[in-house]
Design a protein around this ligand. Structure first.
Ligand code: ATP
Ligand code: MG
Length: 301
């Protein structure tokens, strides 16, 4: 369990970026360069994140042992906002057996033959597990909204494709999250909010540094033309789907150390609120343990 004092500090750090009610949410109120007034250097930030991962590793063991709750962590962002490296750092201490990461790319022809949720539903985390979605069903109201040709590929009956389709999808997603959370899945959604300027800088870095060249894709640069459309789509998605049980975190992403810190803190806070503990054994089970101990003690070698 976390001490109250530490929980208070974590909540204070996370609170300004946590959206649980969408109506009044405006993306322009969130600065990608924000560091919450903290002036840590890279190493100090990393040290704090490490404290969090250590704690999380212990809690994950209880999550797994209890086999009741699961955790779904969603990452959405523009390219080069740092999804991959945030996942790497934030989950670095946890037992790989209790954790599943799925990266969603363009849907396959098999996936396009199903409803849009299909491929995500079958990858929801089992009880006791942490599931990470690197991109998610939110792509269905982001990239698909920005590029109408992606919607065409989904082969929906034309009578069902009207002006309202995005509001309908957002409503479906919100209801889906109600359902999933009522089944014992804690949902956390992170939008890594990088600025257009910082994205450019990171693309240039990918072009300049040979060991980063592989990360560069010319199509990523083309997508910059649609920046405003994406921001509008993100804003609408967050407005329509932020809730207490499936909050959005709009995480400043121009400084990687701060991004990781906020994400780590939000996960620690959420897991802390579950009040996890190891399962207590009933009398019959206790008796079994005593018998097993006696049997082992009586073994010859
Ligand atoms: P990275 O570039 O860091 O390796 P990535 O997540 O950007 O990771 P890419 O293979 O570059 O992976 O891109 C995946 C692409 O698939 C993205 O452009 C994304 O918008 C697109 N995509 C994801 N889900 C859907 C979807 N449901 N419909 C259409 N496009 C999608
Ligand atoms: Mg990419």
């Amino acid at each position: 369990m976390l001490e109250q004092d530490i929980r208070d500090r974590i909540q204070k750090l996370v609170h300004p970026f946590c959206i649980t009610k969408g109506e009044r949410f405006r993306l322009k109120d969130f600065d990608p360069g924000d560091t919450g007034g903290m002036t840590l250097d890279k190493a100090q930030g990393a040290e704090l994140v490490q404290l969090g991962t250590k704690w999380l590793a212990e809690e994950q063991d209880m999550l797994y042992a209890q086999d009741r709750w699961s955790l779904l962590i969603i990452f959405q962002a523009m390219d080069a906002a740092g999804k991959d490296s945030t996942i790497k750092h934030v989950m670095s201490g946890v037992n790989p057996q209790g954790c599943q990461v799925f990266s969603f790319k363009q849907p396959s022809s098999e996936e396009l033959d199903h409803d849009f949720m299909w491929r995500y539903v079958i990858r929801l985390p089992e009880r006791g597990r942490i599931g990470i979605f690197n991109r998610s069903y939110y792509e269905e109201v982001l990239v698909v909204r920005v590029h109408p040709e992606a919607l065409k590929r989904e082969k929906l009956p034309s009578q069902l494709v009207g002006e309202e389709i995005w509001d309908e999808r957002l409503a479906d997603i919100a209801r889906f999250e109600d359902y999933v959370s009522r089944q014992g899945t804690k949902i956390l959604k992170f939008f890594l909010n990088v600025s257009r300027k910082e994205q450019k800088r990171r693309f240039e870095e990918r072009l300049e540094q040979p060991e980063k060249n592989w990360k560069f894709s010319p199509s990523d640069v083309m997508e910059r033309k649609f920046w405003d459309d994406y921001m509008e789509a993100f804003e609408k998605a967050i407005q329509a789907t932020a809730s207490k049980h499936a909050p959005w975190f709009v995480v400043p992403a121009d400084n990687k150390w701060f991004t990781r810190l906020v994400v780590e803190a939000a996960i620690v806070d959420a897991v802390g609120s579950l009040g996890l503990s190891y399962p207590k054994l009933d009398a019959a089970k206790q008796k079994e343990l005593v018998a097993a101990r006696t049997a082992l003690a009586h073994e010859r070698s």
